[in-house]
Design a protein around this ligand. Structure first.
Ligand code: SAH
Ligand code: SF4
Ligand code: F3S
Length: 488
């Protein structure tokens, strides 16, 4: 494990080892020499800021980047006025890309004031050749660019930057990989909860989605590596894990000894000291009865399932390549609600997919009313170059999409409010996550069903499971108070 490594005894005068992760440990040790030199010159350690765009996968990758930076000797800060800034980018919708370009302009301003500042870019957006061309042309002040497949090489790439101070942007992008490098440093954002990758990539090729192109083919981590990581996290004080994958229900198919996601969950459940298990995301086409059974029997798996619908129209679903019908989705959601009462079902919905009609939208609204989502993320369709949907005719005019989006948003908000209010007056267990930013006499907790509750408390409660009386429902969250478990 990396935290048992003494980087100071690594011989950096020797040749770098060929195998991983030893090779990266060697480069961490080498980068530490640059940091010491910085400290001698400036009388302080350099600072680094990791900014994340996009999903939970990216958030977890950022923790890995921060872990490496910490081992190198950087002080980690949230301020982009730092000596090293890295943007971990997302490209799932065009507005994600636009945000990065905008923020890069601001960074350039900061770099003019601090010419020694280094800027790096990584993540999904960097896997797109057109992005790299634009960056090379218009953003020459960026020092380092790498992609999603070689993130494990971060220390080595950073060393290259240090060794080639004035050689322009260093770019290293891989097209794909089947490698998974274990045991690299990680710095968690929260001491008591953590994401855990169980698989990488996606094989589904939903016709609107860029993810399979920028994250590569699906590959699962070995169960023993996952279990070992979670056991280590629990020893470090983690009580809740979120198992991460683009389609966790197809976990294990490509392992030498195949295993289902439900079987993996049973193994994770056995880990002593672990109190809560979450996972994301579940593709409806792969959600098995075995999984519903495991969830039902489990004391640790949270009462929350994120089950992306995307559209309620079977015709649109077919063109989205989702491989389920409206009817199949409704049957699945109904079965889950019957088998696991109190479960929260949340979803993702796209409005304005090419060819979508008013009648198709009605089908989507019908599903929202029937399933009664506890929460839903709604997105306006964004054309992603290279995906099959980008070449489809009948792109829906913006004006019409906006109207449909507003109708959908109103309905999902109404449904979510109604669902949240169901728990009024109940006592439920909440994991206390943080002290309220604006009122330090209040803390924020999360129920098993993912609903937020605010209650009087202090920092000593963070990371603890507390029974909370849900006194007042305020739309999507509760105000409550802690109760003695004996009072339940
Ligand atoms: N693997 C996950 C989610 C990946 S992206 C899944 O299959 O559910 C998260 C969400 O972004 C998707 O569920 C989808 O609703 C949305 N999304 C993906 N591509 C999009 C696009 N081109 N335009 C708008 N929304 C999109
Ligand atoms: Fe994209 Fe579909 Fe894969 Fe999710 S399952 S990441 S929406 S291709
Ligand atoms: Fe975005 Fe990449 Fe996640 S495109 S949504 S950060 S997998």
């Amino acid at each position: 494990m990396y935290n048992e490594i003494d980087f100071d005894i690594i011989d950096t005068a020797a040749e770098p080892p060929a195998e991983e992760p030893a090779r990266q440990y060697y480069f961490i040790a080498k980068c530490r020499e640059w940091v010491r030199e910085f400290e001698r010159k400036n009388g302080c350690l350099p600072t680094a800021c990791v900014t994340t765009f996009g999903c939970q996968m990216n958030a977890r990758d950022s923790e890995k980047l921060a872990g490496i930076l910490r081992q190198i000797g950087y002080g980690i800060t949230d301020s982009e006025n730092a000596d090293f800034v890295i943007f971990n980018t997302c490209t799932v919708r065009d507005n994600a890309n636009q945000k990065v370009y905008g923020r890069l302009g601001e960074l350039n301003g900061l770099k003019r004031k601090n010419p020694d500042m280094k800027i790096a870019l990584c993540g999904c957006m960097m896997q797109e050749p057109t992005v790299i061309e634009k960056l090379k042309k218009s953003y020459p002040f960026v020092n380092l660019i790498f992609g999603t497949h070689n993130i494990f090489k971060f220390a080595e790439l950073l060393n290259t930057v240090y060794e080639n101070e004035n050689s322009g942007t260093i770019i290293d992008i891989w097209q794909d990989t089947d490698r998974i490098v274990e045991d690299l440093p990680v710095e968690r954002k929260y001491p008591f909860k953590s994401g855990v990758n169980i698989m990488f990539g996606c094989n589904n090729f939903c016709s609107y989605c860029i993810v399979p192109y920028v994250r590569g083919r699906e590959r699962s981590r070995e169960p023993r590596d996952i279990i070992r990581e979670i056991e280590k996290l629990v020893q470090d004080g983690v009580v809740e894990v979120m198992l991460l994958g683009q389609n966790v229900n197809s976990y294990g198919k490509n392992l030498d000894e195949p295993m289902t996601f439900a079987q993996l969950l049973r193994e994770v459940e056995k880990i002593e000291g672990l109190q809560r298990i979450r996972f994301m995301t579940s593709h409806p086409k792969d959600l098995s009865d075995e999984l519903i059974q495991v969830m039902k029997e489990s004391k640790k798996i949270c009462r929350h399932l994120h089950l992306p619908l995307q559209s309620g129209s079977t015709e649109i679903l077919t063109r989205m390549n989702r491989r389920y019908t409206k009817q199949q989705y409704l049957e699945l959601a109904g079965k889950i609600r019957r088998e696991i009462p109190d479960i929260a079902i949340t979803t993702d919905i796209i409005v304005g997919f090419p060819g979508e009609t008013e009648a198709d939208l009605e089908e989507t609204l019908d599903v929202v009313r029937t399933v009664k989502y506890d929460n839903a993320f709604t997105f306006i369709y964004s054309k992603r170059t290279g995906t099959p949907a980008a070449a489809m005719e009948d792109q829906v005019p913006e004006e019409q999409v906006k109207k449909r989006f507003d109708r959908l948003l109103k309905l999902v908000q109404d449904t979510a409010r109604e669902q949240t209010a169901k728990y009024q007056g109940r006592v439920m267990e909440a994991l206390i996550e943080e002290v309220n930013e604006n009122d330090s006499s209040m803390v924020r907790g999360r129920l098993s069903n993912n609903t937020i509750v605010h209650l009087p408390g202090d920092a000593s409660m963070i990371g603890k499971l507390v029974n909370v009386s849900l006194d007042q429902c305020h739309g999507f969250y509760y105000i409550g108070h802690a109760v003695d478990s004996a009072m339940e």
